[in-house]
Write a protein that binds this ligand. Sequence first.
Ligand SMILES: Cc1cc2nc3c(=O)[nH]c(=O)nc-3n(C[C@H](O)[C@H](O)[C@H](O)COP(=O)(O)OP(=O)(O)OC[C@H]3O[C@@H](n4cnc5c(N)ncnc54)[C@H](O)[C@@H]3O)c2cc1C
Length: 315
Amino acid sequence: MKKIAIFIDFKGTELSSYTRTLLGFADTFFGSEVAYYLFSFAGPKQASIPQLKGSVIGYQINAGNSLFAETTELRKLGDQISALSIDEIWLSKSNTSDSVAGIISATLGFQIVPNIKQITQKGDSYLIQKSIFSGKATAHSELSSSHFVGIFPKGFGSDSNAASVEVNFESLDLETSKKYSIIKVDTHEGSIPLPEASIVVGAGRGMKDPGNWGIIEELAQTLHAATACSKPVSDINWRPHHEHVGQTGIKIAPKLYIACGISGAIQHLAGVNGSGKIVVINQDPEAPFFKHADYGIVGDLFDVVPRLTKILKEI
Ligand SMILES: Cc1cc2nc3c(=O)[nH]c(=O)nc-3n(C[C@H](O)[C@H](O)[C@H](O)COP(=O)(O)OP(=O)(O)OC[C@H]3O[C@@H](n4cnc5c(N)ncnc54)[C@H](O)[C@@H]3O)c2cc1C
């Protein structure tokens, strides 16, 4: 029977939506002939998860938050996973994947496969499609060893309709060298974190002045969306750097991305082309973004955006 480790993330005491969809996918993919080992950093000791057909054992890793775990701790976690004879490790793309997957795969000698768009079984092998060159191409590969660490985009799969079950998470204590400690964490209050948002409203140099962003924030608030921006806008400090999306910024994959006054340069597209639907608002009908849009509005954003917000508020 295969042993699959899945790193799961919580939002407070609830499973994150992207963990739910990844578990839903794994349940359909593996069926009942599987044992799941669920690992969480800083999650609750007991939590409800969708019922899976395979058996489930939960571990709560006591090494702080994945983002702040030391390299030595993560190596020890790799050793613990190795001792459990785990075959595969699955993660959603998140802070956890960035800081954990590399060290764990190196410790276990597992192949790491990021950006998985599709995975199917072919006998004992897997056929995997993964996104490469910032989403500009898809690589088709065959993986003959099941010893791998797979990183899936947030929202991969679909939520399970199964009833919830309570799982107790056993403590997994990793000794820490205390060479590194976090003094303070500044959180950005009041806004929806970009990587977790299912709707994002982005704006670019077409906004002309940082003082004009009120109309973007109002549209975002109306849609319960996060705000994003193009690189030049954050470079000139019109918007904070954590809002910059693109090749050199955050990569997002919301269900809906509304781009206002952004030309659609390839470097910007590299960060948003995983979006479900793209709406572009631009006064230039030749703006490259329109070629990648599901819906386009040619017009002055200072006219279009407030009207759109007004209509949405009335719905
Ligand atoms: C190595 C490298 C990495 C880069 N990485 C990134 C990255 O990660 N992310 C990123 O975004 N960029 C990145 N860039 C920059 C990128 O090439 C573009 O220069 C940038 O995305 C353009 O930003 P923009 O669309 O906001 O501005 P512009 O290109 O100036 O476009 C402004 C748009 O607003 C429209 N507009 C103007 N006024 C209005 C109005 N009133 N109503 C409606 N529309 C209006 C215009 O028609 C135009 O299309 C990178 C560049 C390089 C070289």
